[in-house]
Design a protein around this ligand. Sequence first.
Ligand SMILES: *Cc1c(COP(=O)(O)O)cnc(C)c1O
Length: 412
Amino acid sequence: MGQSPSLAVQPQATSDLFAQHVMATYGRYPLVLERGRGSWVWDRDGKQYLDCVAGIATCTLGHAHPVMVAAVTRQMETLHHVSNLYYIRPQGELAEWLTQHSCADKVFFCNSGAEANEGAIKLARKYAHTVLHIEEPVILTAHSSFHGRTLATITATGQPKYRQGFEPLVSGFDYIPFNDIEGTRAVLDRYADRACAVLIEPLQGEGGVVPGDRAYFQWLRQECSHRNLLLVLDEVQVGVGRSGKWWGYEQLDIEPDVFTLAKGLAGGFPIGALLCKESCNVFQPGDHASTFGGNPLACAVGLAVVGTVESDRLLDNARERGQQLRQGLQAIAEQFPALIEGIRGWGLINGLVVKVAAGDVVQQAIAAGLLLVPAGKHVVRFLPPLNISAAEIDLALERLQVALKALCVAAE
Ligand SMILES: *Cc1c(COP(=O)(O)O)cnc(C)c1O
């Protein structure tokens, strides 16, 4: 009686499956994460990591949160997908929650950040054609920005490395210097007849965790109003509580005309949203659509996530834990002046500016049982779940110290 051949064969290593079958679009760390709970994830060898990446600012409530599990299960058992041919109750309810908790009047749902920004670009262009009567509208975005990986959003992204090799790009974009009033004014003047919108992040995430300057954004808000430009904020990374307020624009004391959400909105379940004020709500039936956008499952999970952020007072937690983290990082910076240049961020989106390669710090942190993610070459990002505890922040700081010590030893 021989064993069945399939049992005798060892399963292929996950990395081999990727080498053979998955397009090599990502530089991956050599980790296979198999399960998670709260702020913790485990790899296939059972090693435990404190997750200060949270799916890149996505797992708002951490991993396997019981409220999310219940929402997914309940909605899956009831109705998981129909079509926007019909009215979808959870979609209406999530839109109601969003408009009641933000400056927006209307919402369009999609599935990702890039898709939400594509929608914003289409909305701005339609607004330009139908309200401003501009034939060839231009949208201005910031240098060092990040808006996604579709053709229009890599064009909007003010970093050449994301565009190289994909030309021809989409026409109708140009760039302004972030947080620079005089530099921005010069570009606005140059496009006085053609500009229809400024698309900008309240805090540049991928560009190195650079918070928007309050004076700059207040000036930009006024300037957009005077010049009849839409101010479109990409809140994909900082929105939904990550900054310690619901929306990044509250940190800057302004209101956008349009803004976009995705990452944290359904706590790691795919969703995106485009929100606008009634004054620029120019989409008509047939103008824009998405098969999966606003499906019952994603919206039910989104409702569960924002409801839990409210009921568990997680905005307060994001602010308090953020302050604890920045204070701890400051102390570590004084301990390692040769490695660390500074700290910046809001709430639970924080960057450690390092004098070495950010990737090296991340590698050593992984070895020490801490997941972090670079933002550019010299910034290491901390993006833990919004419900991370004080003890877990202390542990993250301890593990970072271990990683930095190891980096010093490796350099000797
Ligand atoms: C992640 C991100 C995007 C792109 O979101 P995807 O869901 O990956 O398409 C867009 N803008 C900002 C600010 C982001 O951080």
